[in-house]
Design a protein around this ligand. Sequence first.
Ligand SMILES: Cc1cc2nc3c(=O)[nH]c(=O)nc-3n(C[C@H](O)[C@H](O)[C@H](O)COP(=O)(O)OP(=O)(O)OC[C@H]3O[C@@H](n4cnc5c(N)ncnc54)[C@H](O)[C@@H]3O)c2cc1C
Length: 380
Amino acid sequence: MYDILIIGAGPAGSNLARLLSSDNSNHYKVGLVDKRRLDQPVDPHRRKACGGLLSPDAQKMLAKLNLNIPSDILENPQIFKVRTIDFDNSLERYYQRYYYNLDREKFDRYLFSLIPDHIDKHVGDVVSSIHVKDDHWEVHLNQGKTILRAQFLVAADGANSLVRRTVLSEYAKPEKYISIQKWYPIASTTPYYTGIFDSTITDYYSWTIQKGNQLILGTALPLNGPHADTPKERLQKFELLREKTANYLGVSLETPFTTEGAFIERSTSVRQLRFASRLNLSSGGKLSMALLGEAAGATSPTSAEGFSYALDTSLKLYESLKQGLEFAELRYDLSCDHIRRNIFLKNLKSPAMYSKNIRNLVMKSGIGSLKDLSFEPTFE
Ligand SMILES: Cc1cc2nc3c(=O)[nH]c(=O)nc-3n(C[C@H](O)[C@H](O)[C@H](O)COP(=O)(O)OP(=O)(O)OC[C@H]3O[C@@H](n4cnc5c(N)ncnc54)[C@H](O)[C@@H]3O)c2cc1C
């Protein structure tokens, strides 16, 4: 029986496992499960689709955690501005940005490599179901071939979290999007990444990011609500985006090396965030769990940035668990108030990016943009 079982070894789960491994006062028995073979070379079919941009907030978290990043995790080129293209209003602007361009898979594997051997790692194992059994959690791997038991469950299994869907299905959920990314060969170096706004494609946004001699073209398409498309329409929308972007940027986006997909969750209200739960058992006892990073719904609703939240929630949960298992989930839930405020404020700011008319005014005003540096906007 584990004291703490963590499902998911993305940035949130791996960082929590690493932090718990250093806790010498509680001597927790900790297990970590991930369907990816993070101990082996990259499996292209189990790679997380991501932009791999490390934001200033995520850099701050790494500083707090006393972590640095080996240079072989960085990708060429490092980029210092975003080219914002608004197809709705025929506008574009450049804004300075302070991101690091990373190889996402290497970043995950680096965080995973920091977890010492005394933490049990079940890698290449898919969590197929989660049950409450008497006074503990029972987690079935690979359709029940292996069963793990735990006192305290941590859901760090990302967007579309199985734990959240199973245990907390009655609560409000973030808006769900599917992102499609295609990697195209590119001969030149683009000195920017792009954020593309086009309401004929999505009510969220699309992007290009260069990784070495490849250019990622990606978009996030809604899966629920009035704008949701059929799978066929999604492919048509990606094709439209590809055509428009290639023409606009003057680059060839013809035969992709790879196509990837992943869910993105967007908390448009703080009600959709869920950091912890405490179940009442028929025996009168309680059973606790906590949710980290994207499983909690903690990503930026405006940019989909999520590393900072994944690292922040794992640190907050570690600090709560350090004081003992009893009420750890309640302490953790309270300690996440700053994330609720942060996401609330980001949603307040959202219309400046996602309402066509307000974005038109903001971009036309040039506030914060690099208009002084003799760029030639393509639309004007
Ligand atoms: C297309 C795209 C681009 C993005 N770009 C950026 C970016 O540039 N910068 C940024 O900061 N954020 C970005 N994000 C968001 C970022 O990827 C997430 O917020 C971040 O990965 C969350 O970390 P996490 O540890 O909570 O979850 P994840 O990184 O999703 O990790 C979840 C882990 O759980 C495992 N898992 C899931 N289900 C199971 C199961 N049933 N059994 C076993 N294991 C399981 C997965 O294999 C995975 O390792 C992007 C997201 C997408 C989809």
